[in-house]
Design a protein around this ligand. Structure first.
Ligand code: SAH
Length: 388
């Protein structure tokens, strides 16, 4: 065989797909090293390199022998999703557009506050739940993110803030699973990624500073307490089933009473019994912002240790909803406070870069045809000139 032909044949051999170690937890990584005939403690070294030093090149992992580095090169890689765009808001909020395998893009947001910096991470490409007031839902659904794609978001943010540099300050102090997607619909990958967030040899975040937010996938929430003890936020948005059925369609399957019971069980499993669930309630003008709703909510939550986050609705084209007025917001809050609850009003951040809750839309290769239906409806509305 001529040299030229030999080279062609060699390069045409199908490349064996490499194993991406980015999303491997400490225990999964230890298993991996055992499987390839190496010592388990290599896992600690490698996880520190990746998630504390930000080093993805095996060649730079200097406490590992040359032979092992070469072996890792052959079979494994540390592959990150690709940052397509990064925008900064005037208020310090930063938003990334991140491309994942298959070509779709997800969005991630960083929100700096006085004493903390919160990263809002996506768990799926699009979302299947179709909550009536959420822009992500209108994009339809493509697929679950892998554990590597979920933890890769934290890696990207940490890198962009110089957290991996020697003496780099920790800028991401909190992570909320409140980006695109329903985290409990992607249970295993979300649990694995949150494990790396908490892992001492990786990001070492406290369980109080990692929050999973769910619209109410009750069977999975029941399971979560067995494998995780992160903070919990529940997206309620309505104080009764009739209204919630319209806003959050998964309520038709798992009604409020079941959801609240499941949330209560989750925090009761926690060793520290002072923990509370965060209740999220997005306020929409004339929809769920009346005094009667607030009073119903006071009653509904009376047995659940919780605090309440009120989120003024963030609008997007064709949503069909308007945000709450200041008067209605104050009235709603006052009723909850008088009912004995701790209430926070979540101020809108990153408005100039469409980075607020429910505005994250990314670029989803929709498999559900929902995006097409939404666009059609949008066109109809536009031609009727009733869009504001
Ligand atoms: N699927 C998860 C995470 C989603 S987003 C969940 O439902 O909890 C995080 C929060 O933003 C949820 O409470 C969601 O209901 C809320 N949200 C969605 N769209 C919104 C909008 N347009 N304005 C304000 N909040 C919104």
């Amino acid at each position: 065989m001529s040299q030229e032909l030999a080279t062609t044949v060699a390069s045409e051999q199908p490349q064996k797909e490499k194993i991406n170690l980015l999303g491997f937890s400490a225990s999964r990584l230890a298993e991996f090293f055992e499987e390839i005939g190496e010592k388990r403690f290599r896992a600690t070294q490698v996880i520190k390199w990746i998630h504390q030093e930000g080093e993805c090149d095996f060649d730079a992992m200097t406490n590992i022998s040359k032979e092992l580095r070469a072996k890792l090169h052959d079979i494994a890689e540390v592959k990150l999703p690709e940052v397509v765009n990064c925008q900064d808001s005037v208020d310090g909020t930063r938003k990334w557009l991140i491309r994942v395998d298959g070509g779709s893009c997800i969005e991630m947001v960083y929100i700096p506050e006085r004493e903390r910096g919160t990263l809002c991470v996506s768990s799926q490409i699009g979302c299947a739940l179709d909550c009536s007031f959420c822009a992500t839902g209108k994009q339809g659904f493509n697929r679950d993110l892998t554990a590597a794609e979920i933890i890769g978001q934290l890696w990207i943010a940490a890198d962009s803030f110089g957290q991996f540099m020697p003496k780099g300050k920790r800028r991401v102090t909190n992570v909320v699973m409140m980006g695109m997607g329903e985290p409990l619909m992607n249970f295993d990958n979300v649990v694995a990624a949150m494990g790396i967030m908490l892992e001492d040899n990786a990001y070492g975040l406290s369980k109080r500073r990692v929050t999973l937010s769910t619209a109410g996938v009750v069977p999975q929430l029941d399971k979560l307490g067995d494998v995780s003890d992160v903070s919990l936020a529940i997206s309620l948005h309505a104080p009764n089933d009739e209204l919630r059925n319209q806003l959050v369609p998964i309520n038709r399957k798992y009604p409020l009473a079941q959801f609240i019971e499941s949330a209560k069980n989750y925090i009761e499993k926690m060793p520290d019994n002072r923990r509370k669930v965060t209740v999220e309630y997005t306020l929409m003008d004339q929809v769920n912002d009346r005094s009667v709703h607030a009073r119903e909510l006071v009653e509904l939550l009376k047995d659940l240790p919780c605090k309440i986050n009120l989120i003024p609705f963030n609008s997007f084209p064709g949503s069909g909803y308007k945000t709450v007025t200041n008067t209605a917001l104050d009235r709603f809050r006052d009723i909850l406070v008088a009912g004995g609850y701790t209430v926070m009003v979540r101020t809108t951040r990153g408005d100039d870069i469409a980075a607020a809750c429910g505005q994250l839309a990314g670029e989803v290769n929709d498999r559900t045809k929902r995006q097409a239906r939404y666009k059609k409806r949008l066109n109809e509305i536009e031609s009727l000139n009733i869009i504001e």
